[in-house]
Design a protein around this ligand. Structure first.
Ligand SMILES: *Cc1c(COP(=O)(O)O)cnc(C)c1O
Length: 427
């Protein structure tokens, strides 16, 4: 085995003074802060949760101090597991806009809908929140190379953030990752390894490769630090919506890190006194990839399933962070629900046409879930909901085309135009 700390000489950052340790979701044991991925006792099942000294954080992270800070997700640096003095990537991550979209609300029959558009991140998905932490952990722990397995967005995100900070990246993608995402990471200069198999195969190969070659593993399903980056969306929702906190926050679910992270962020903002109520979480999976919904409904341990959905970013048969996700959903008195691919495609159109935001299939799955939850009376018409749009629609043009069909083709004359408009009753 090669030396894990290739750049040991650069390993001079004092760790965050606010992190007190890492606690296992399975056995409850607490471990010292350091370069670990999962619980040494419980193995891959033993996802670790970063613990903080909230009393110290409360003194520094206040409404007054936040007022002076930049509008990106580093404004919550005390709540992030990073050396406080480390050089931050220059790309703008986080503080994505929250829009009030009344036309979409009245279409779906609910009092108020907010959309938080995370497609506005530097590589156009929510994953930038996690990757931005991932590259800093690699630097902090002295690696010059980082790797991940991804259904697509984590990959392009890691490639982009690695390019920004000057790390080498190796990316393992499954067979069915959409072309635009693969292209995006090639452009950023990553070494792209297309694994002939599923996401699970890519995940396992990446883990073995990291051990073998001494690369830092950015796998967000299991890495305890990355989910802390995903948490910042919850921190932001608390700050951005403080005066008008939605009753529900609706999130699409793959591995479960996104919803688990958002839940943790919201809980922390309550603990620090920024909000007095945590919204209920609605977790949404595709019917063709609903292992987590099954576990949530049955109350038993997660049983892996096959996957079959156009929402590639949440086509996860073995969600790794299911305990965290389900715990956060339950703590918030939330729910889980599934939606079909047709409902996802429909939501892609309505979210764009009535909300002005174009999301990829997994990006609008939450919007489809909101509609279904209203039909099932899980969410009521006099409530309000924030829909997380987790990825930009241009990430997966193939699926978008399925939703909208072709443009009208015509010869360049006014005559042709007039006759087409008349025949289609457009005028
Ligand atoms: C990864 C991803 C999700 C799901 O996040 P998990 O942490 O895997 O639950 C949702 N939407 C998009 C666009 C994603 O890339």
């Amino acid at each position: 085995m090669q030396n894990v700390f290739l750049n040991q000489k650069d390993y001079h950052y004092p760790p965050s003074p606010f992190v007190t340790g890492l606690k296992c979701f399975v056995c409850g044991n607490q471990f010292e802060y350091g370069n670990i991925q999962t619980c040494p006792k419980c193995g891959i099942e033993g996802i670790l949760d970063v613990q903080y000294d909230y009393d110290s954080i409360k003194k520094l992270l206040t409404a007054a101090s936040l007022q002076t800070r930049k509008f990106n997700h580093w404004r919550y640096k005390e709540l992030l597991p990073i050396p406080q003095e480390i050089q931050l990537p220059h790309l703008h991550v986080g503080w994505t806009p929250v829009y009030n979209v009344p036309r979409l609300a009245s279409h779906l029959g609910i009092k108020k809908i907010f959309i938080k558009d995370d497609g506005r991140n530097p590589t156009n998905s929510f994953k930038d929140r996690a990757s931005s932490i991932g590259v800093l952990k690699a630097i902090e722990f002295g690696f010059d190379t980082i790797a991940c397995a991804s259904t697509g967005n984590a990959a392009s995100s890691l490639a982009g953030l690695s390019a920004a900070v000057g790390l080498q990246s190796y990316i393992f993608v499954p067979q069915r990752a959409p072309e635009p995402k693969i292209t995006q990471l090639l452009v950023f200069g990553a070494t792209v390894l297309k694994v002939q198999g599923t996401y699970e195969n890519a995940f396992d190969l990446c883990r073995e490769a990291c051990e073998q070659f001494g690369w830092y593993n950015r796998n967000s399903g299991t890495n305890p630090f990355l989910v802390e980056g995903k948490k910042t969306a919850g921190l932001e929702i608390a700050e951005q919506c403080a005066d008008d906190m939605p009753d529900w926050v609706v999130v699409s679910v793959g591995d479960g890190c996104t919803i688990g992270g958002i839940g943790k962020g919201l809980q922390e903002m309550k603990r620090l006194g920024f909000i007095d109520r945590v919204p209920r979480l609605l977790g949404v999976q595709a019917e063709g990839a609903k292992a987590m919904v099954n576990a949530f409904m049955s109350g038993t341990d997660l049983v892996p399933t096959d996957t079959n959905t156009i929402a590639d970013s949440i086509a996860v048969g073995t969600p790794r962070n299911w305990r965290r996700a389900i715990e956060q959903i339950k703590q918030s008195h939330g729910e889980m629900i599934t939606v079909s691919d047709d409902e996802i495609l429909e939501a892609m159109k309505t979210t764009a046409r009535l909300g002005g935001v174009f999301g990829e299939p997994a990006g609008v799955t939450a919007a489809a879930g909101l509609k279904r939850a209203l039909e099932k009376k899980i969410i009521l018409p006099d409530e309000s909901a924030l829909v997380m749009v987790t990825g930009n629609g241009l990430k997966d043009i193939q699926s978008a085309k399925q939703a909208v069909g072709d443009p009208i083709s015509l010869s360049p004359t006014l005559e042709a135009l007039t006759s087409i408009l008349a025949s289609r009753k457009l005028k």
